[in-house]
Design a protein around this ligand. Sequence first.
Ligand code: HPA
Length: 307
Amino acid sequence: MTVFSGHAAARDFSSALGVAKLENRSGELHQRQDYQRAADLIRGRTDLQPTIGLVLGSGLGTLADTLGRRTIVPYADIPGWPQATVHGHQGNLVVGELEGQIVAAQQGRAHFYEGYTPQQVTFPIRVMKELGIHSVILTNAAGGVNPAYRVGDLMLLEDHINLPGMVGANPLMGPNDDDMGERFVGMAQAYDRHLRQRALEIARERNIPLHSGVYCGLSGPAFETPAEIRMIRVLGGDTVGMSTVHEVLVARHAGMRVMACSGVTNVAIDAVDSNLETNHLEVLEAAEIIVPRLTTILKGLLRNFPT
Ligand code: HPA
């Protein structure tokens, strides 16, 4: 990896904030050639040319095991790729065929709370762009904040609230690579309308509960307090989770089409005297209901991918 020099001021500012280190652990920033090197490694393992990227979140990675003509590339083999350290994240990139499309599916992802910088968390999205991928579909396990949401429901993201971004943890901070995307990225239409419409049609046809709503991204790793859940509800959040928003920013910066879907793995606890506590096991267990529903929607989308 190469040192991005000349941005000491940005680095000093971020360390003063204490929340938004722009560098990776060895004090370096990724550059274009780092994404290219990772993409070259992947290209060397498969003749398939993926055009659609899938990011499969907590407990949701099993879909990738069904890809035809698949090649499994462990994250550990890909230079610069952040390792997934959390249970329920297998840590492979699987390239293969699904419903007539060539996809690159991430079985698990890295998170900000694992100690990665926002830039490291989003490294895979930029590698996907280098690979020639034009659209990315992200999934996440999320808590249901909207009182109407039940465990096992799905929610299409029509918008998000990036709370870490508001205190300076944004993967687009630092020097901008103008060849990759513009300095200032519009986020009013981050979630592709046509992909959402198509997903809603498929869900309706198949009787799958699919809401549309706002995902509130937090850093984690602690689950939210009841007061925080009530705050998120007031702010307009419908689901809450610890991923996705940074990846969406980077994908939009690179001009990729984005769709994202939450699987509601637990109902967020909004009162201190409820005797309930959110835990990672329930998140993984709920995935068993969510995976078949999500699979139906994703396969339907890919079969007839809107152009
Ligand atoms: N909060 C934050 N992240 C989550 C949750 C939650 O309730 N469930 C799954 N991921």
